[in-house]
Write a protein that binds this ligand. Structure first.
Ligand code: HEC
Ligand code: HEC
Ligand code: HEC
Ligand code: HEC
Length: 260
């Protein structure tokens, strides 16, 4: 009961913060599925409580001090990349305008780097960061720099595979390595726009904006995080479920880029 009360207090506090930010879902990762710490309440996969667990939230994805060479695209990235993925099957369609060889069956590529140094400038792959958990080939607790107080990856519960630490194939959150049936990612937005029949909005610097809404481009490219904000508090602001930058209500998200 005490626990529930304090959760309510946190929710209320976040709601006030969200209001003061004008409804932009920025704060409040602690309430979401991306809180994989022992204090997480939304993710089925989370750290155990006690000595071998951790109550740190950011550490599953970021560390203040990286102990490996840093690729230019990484926001102090701490989660081990998917070396076991081999390769990804990418989106392909006869009408897709994302590659500059228009006229043949279109597709884009995405590498499977095992080391952050593989993610060099010009090979922007924020998508690889997401897939390092969501392709299901890497444990969610596999870190470059483990918690200082543990000196080991935190023990997990609720997942599948070794250490109950993998996103199971049965989960909604599992994408696997076949991305053919997912919205295309890792291609240049301006290229698509210039060869499309003018049905994409004009981009700004690092963004596409329409009707007061904003989605992000990374080095000019469309990535998972163009549509998703991995920190968005969709628990308080349910219209941003699941981790969306713009609500899917009325397909607002889609209409931010597509002039349809
Ligand atoms: C589940 C993974 C995950 C967790 C947990 C996470 N982040 Fe991130 N974060 C990302 C990804 C992926 C990016 C790069 C994409 C982007 O900018 O949206 C990022 C980007 C950032 C950035 C730089 C860009 C920006 O949006 O400002 C900051 C700062 C940041 N995170 C801080 C934090 C802090 C602080 C925490 C803990 C309270 C945290 N993150 C927890 C995945 C995560
Ligand atoms: C460190 C591991 C990790 C990283 C990195 C990560 N996620 Fe997740 N994500 C998870 C876990 C674990 C869940 C919840 C799984 C569950 O509860 O079954 C989740 C849930 C989600 C969900 C909600 C799924 C649902 O069913 O409601 C979305 C959407 C999502 N993540 C998108 C992203 C995107 C986009 C990125 C990159 C910007 C990212 N994630 C990076 C671990 C991660
Ligand atoms: C063009 C925008 C867009 C891009 C790019 C995108 N997503 Fe999503 N994603 C969505 C939307 C919208 C939903 C919610 C679908 C719904 O409610 O019907 C979603 C749902 C999800 C879910 C929950 C599963 C489900 O079926 O509801 C996960 C996990 C996820 N995305 C991860 C990712 C990852 C990882 C990437 C990159 C490989 C990615 N997304 C790229 C828009 C996008
Ligand atoms: C960040 C901007 C952005 C957002 C947001 C976005 N898209 Fe896209 N989408 C693109 C770009 C760029 C392309 C590649 C250009 C093209 O082929 O039309 C594309 C391609 C597509 C395609 C494939 C077209 C083809 O010919 O194969 C479909 C379908 C699509 N988007 C639907 C959606 C839907 C539905 C949503 C909302 C859930 C959405 N998009 C959100 C930028 C975006």
């Amino acid at each position: 009961m005490r626990r529930n009360l304090s959760l309510l207090a946190v929710t209320a506090a976040s709601a006030v913060l969200a209001l003061s930010l004008g409804g932009v879902a920025n704060a409040g990762i602690e309430l979401t599925k991306h809180n994989m710490s022992s204090g997480g309440t939304d993710s089925t996969i989370r750290s155990v409580t006690g000595g071998t667990g951790t109550d740190e939230i950011c550490i599953f994805c970021h560390t203040p001090h990286m102990n490996v060479t840093k690729g230019d695209v990484l926001p102090l990235w701490n989660h081990r990349l998917s070396s076991g993925a081999g390769s990804y099957t990418m989106y392909k369609s006869a009408t897709f305008n994302g590659a500059d060889n228009y006229g043949v069956l279109q597709s884009v590529t995405l590498g499977s780097p095992s080391d952050p140094a593989d993610l060099v400038a010009g090979n922007m792959s924020v998508t690889n960061l997401c897939l390092s958990c969501h392709d299901g080939t890497q444990a969610v607790n596999a870190m470059f720099n483990t918690p200082n107080r543990l000196n080991a990856n935190p023990a997990m519960q609720g997942g599948s595979g070794a250490g109950s630490a993998y996103i199971p194939a049965s989960s909604n959150a599992y994408l696997g390595t076949d991305l053919q049936n997912d919205h295309p990612v890792n291609f240049t937005y301006s290229v698509s726009r210039s060869i499309s029949d003018e049905t994409l909005r004009m981009e700004g610097v690092g963004v596409v904006q329409y009707g007061g809404e904003t989605v992000r481009l990374f080095n000019g490219t469309v990535q998972c995080a163009s549509c998703h904000n991995p920190h968005a508090d969709y628990v308080t602001n349910t219209e941003f479920t699941p981790f969306l930058r713009v609500t899917i209500v009325g397909s607002k998200l889609c209409l931010t880029c597509h002039d349809k």
